[in-house]
Design a protein around this ligand. Structure first.
Ligand code: HEM
Length: 169
């Protein structure tokens, strides 16, 4: 019986420019979480990027409190590239009840994204995020870095997260 996850599929050429993301990444040291309205915190995170041969990258990000190890933020989704361009889109679902589209550019091994669409469940917890910006880049030496900024009502885009990862497979 063939595997439903199609691990052996060849990478679709449409997403070849994103092949540097594929695999599993684990935070090498705890990431730093902050925002003016919260107590700063430290977290660990595992990222999985995979594909099944479609012109799409699938991803799952799972974060944990660095000290208590409690599962915290989780998000998963899909990455698409507009054919023939460096325009990239992340289609994301978050465990908080937020869904978002982020669009931006792929430049070498660097992604710069801004939310273009946000929606949430009717009973999602306040405060509501108004805008998200995200930078993901492969650093010299092979570490991956992610920085996330968010805006809330009355609080312009401000850094919420910074973390680096090492590839584990
Ligand atoms: C794009 C992704 C994310 C969004 C949109 C987001 C959004 C938010 C928002 C709106 C708040 C509330 C801020 C406030 O009360 O003023 C918050 C707090 C927080 N976030 Fe995130 N977050 C994201 C990712 C993460 C990740 C990856 C972690 C990792 C563990 C995390 C951990 C926390 C923690 C611990 C708090 C403080 C909770 C509290 O004090 O009640 N967030 N986040």
């Amino acid at each position: 019986m063939s595997c439903p996850f199609n691990h052996s599929a060849e990478l679709n050429p449409a997403v070849l420019p994103l092949d540097w993301l594929l695999g599993t990444w684990q935070s090498d040291e705890p990431g730093e979480g902050s925002f003016p309205s919260i107590t700063p915190f430290r977290y660990t995170e595992t990222l999985h990027f995979s594909h099944v041969g479609q012109p799409v990258i699938n991803f799952m990000f799972n974060a944990f409190h660095a000290e208590s190890k409690k599962p915290l933020h989780r998000e998963c989704g899909f990455i698409r590239l507009q054919p023939g361009t460096n325009k990239v889109a992340f289609i994301i679902a978050q465990n908080s009840g937020l869904v978002e589209i982020e669009e931006g550019e792929l430049t070498g091994q660097q992604l710069t994204l801004h939310s273009t669409s946000l929606a949430r469940t009717s009973f999602a917890k306040q405060p509501y995020v108004q805008q998200i910006s995200r930078h993901i880049q492969l650093k010299p030496g092979g570490r991956l870095e992610q920085t996330v900024f968010m805006a809330l009502e009355g609080q312009p885009l401000t850094q919420h997260l910074h973390i680096t990862y090492r590839r584990t497979d």
